[in-house]
Design a protein around this ligand. Structure first.
Ligand code: TYC
Length: 101
């Protein structure tokens, strides 16, 4: 038996990649009241009244607006919760997610 301990000169190069972030996207529709969109944004995404109003208006004018980015699990959970809250109040408001490039 040999007691020689060989210490490697270089560390094993294990590449750890950051998890890809996913965008939560607010979609415009013709029926959900503006104030309700602002309410949902504040409740689920913890943005200020001002930020919520701007996000809502951008979606209203352009058709969609990125609300925030999170890891996939968090983005999907928040999009589902926000969409479900709107559905429970009878509004067709929708949030989707997509991975960032
Ligand atoms: N377009 C809606 C209206 O005129 C308001 C609205 C804005 C709805 C943004 C959805 O993501 C949205 N009442």
């Amino acid at each position: 038996m040999s007691d020689t301990v060989v210490t490697p000169k270089t560390k094993p190069q294990v590449k750890i990649e950051r998890p890809r972030l996913h965008k939560v996207i607010l979609l415009n529709d013709d029926y959900t009241p503006r104030e309700f969109v602002v309410h949902v944004l504040k409740a689920e995404f913890r943005v200020t009244e001002d930020q919520a109003y701007r996000i809502m208006m951008t979606a209203h004018q352009r058709g969609a607006c990125v609300v925030a980015v999170y890891t996939r699990e968090v983005a999907e959970t928040k999009a589902t919760r926000a969409t479900d809250l709107a559905r429970s109040r009878g509004h067709p408001l929708q949030f989707t997610t997509e991975p960032e490039e």
